[in-house]
Design a protein around this ligand. Sequence first.
Ligand code: PRX
Length: 640
Amino acid sequence: MINKINSLAEYLQKYQESVANPENFWEGIAETHFWRKKWDQVLDWNFDGPGAPDVKWFVNGKLNITENIFERNMHMRKDQVAIIWEPNDPKEKEVRLTYGELFEKVKQFANALKKIGIKKGDRVAIYLPMVPELAIAMLACARIGAIHSIVFAGFSATALADRINDATCNLVITSDGGYRGTKTIPLKKIVDDALENCPSVQNTIVLNRTGEDITMVEGRDIWWHDLIKDVDCDNVAEVMDAEDMLFILYTSGSTGKPKGVVHTTGGYMIYSEYTFKNVFQYSDGDIWWCTADIGWVTGHSYIVYVPLLSGATSVMFEGVPTWPDAGRFWEIVDKYKINQFYTAPTAIRALVAQGDEWVTKHDLSSLKVLGTVGEPINEEAWRWYHDLVGKGRCPIVDTWWQTETGGIMISPLAGITPTKPSLATLPLPGVQPMLVDHEGKELKGNGVEGILCIKHPWPGMLRTTYGDHERCYQTYFANYPGYYFTGDGAKRDEEGYYRIIGRVDDVINVSGHRIGTAEVEDAINQHPKVNESAVVGYPHPIKGAGIYAYVICEPLSDNELANIEAEIRSTVTKFIGPIAKPDQIQIVSGLPKTRSGKIMRRILRKIGEGDASNLGDTSTLLDPGVVDEIIDGAKVEVKR
Ligand code: PRX
């Protein structure tokens, strides 16, 4: 078991050790795990040069992550609750699965997957709502060495098909439908639409969740409950190499379609588990709740793999924070006596807007640590969280990390690192951040601002982007050769604390979800009346950033003009999903382009921010007049 750091002095000492000799440091942690065969070498790496990135941790080590969750813990945790599932509707009964029960279900489903021919190395798409079977499906894949690719159940059929095809999945696991607040989402219908264009898929497994009418395709679709009937629970885990793929998770970047971030077995396990007890100071017997969706990396790591590796009790919530009322989060905290609570700033801001009484009427005295993730937290939201939710006695850990990093990278250790509102503070042991200027020169010392890169590999880092290794190099390693480029800008203050400022690339962080501007533009451009579009982020009081689309259309009749905004939104919903719908759509006759045809997004961002007082040099524009027209028609108030 991993020992946690208990004081600032110990943190500083461990940090020094981890930088002086990273291999020794991580080897010591890996030794507390269950390996079928020990590694020959701790690390082999190359961030630049032929084949880069080439990162291997625990070379030739053999293991299975589910043996580290179950077999390793079973002697002491068989009857301890592993997952508490809170349904969307508070009137429905919760489900509690002990480690023993969850283990049986995982082994049985693993055997069921084998029964339909799924084997090590196959890719399995999972498109499920937040139900315990989602965790069971993930762990069963890991048990047999199949690579799961979970797709957030809010993505559209087109987005799902793109992800299935990119990874050539041969199985999709889904449900008839899913509940979110007052809505029922027809997941199976969406899968049916997606599968019209997915030749690699041979089967779907369908869980009965909502009981609505669906079509089952003969020979392809199998009910979950039929599949597991008469399947036994004897299952020996597949032996995996430390560098065998554990999962693929698609995420958006500056260009092109989302890329499949690949995490491997050994390094991800060691790294992500290490972060948990240290950042959240989790103690045996605590009740842990991460409110994320398992469709995103936060849910992969901090609802399923990490708490279960740590022998924790993890709460999983199917619903939304504002239904049946805005007190739902706090009602659940009270109901299960949650000790550590981890959520996104966007949820906090949405709840601040609902009023304090939703919080104060619940007993939150069980809380010990509060966490945030996914986007910068503004000071007002931080204070509300700290003072009202935490009653001033719970440390807040503002955790910075990414899909690509596997686990938390920069964060206070709860109760140990003195915090400052809106600062992610210090790197975890083993993490070597650096700031560089635009030329890639390292900015040394404190009191500097630049682009955040990481100098040295950590075990939880991505290894490649599925099916396109060169893209991985180009995206993360080509800009500043020799370093991992995060895509974020950051400041290091006088004390050496990091404040994450936000993305420096064309990615917008909308409610903590990464949306690529190019992806949204591609979707908008699918509308038959649209000629061209440019999308930028703009400040949004709840979402952090909203999506602002400037769109050039073909000549429109009055009637078409009246409907165009709604139609563009539904086109984006069709091609990506509702999370990427533009908040503001402005129909324009031209876009600010340079003579070489490049859109000057900087100008569009400034207008979206409502400040055109200092647009910088616009003399290189092909048609400078277009800027005034855009300002005149802007959807937000613009200062000139
Ligand atoms: O811009 C940073 C922001 O979220 C991005 C990563 O998004 P994703 O891969 O979807 O993973 C989100 C959850 C790990 C980062 O590049 N971000 C994440 N955490 C923070 C943050 N920005 C500021 N403060 C944070 N604590």
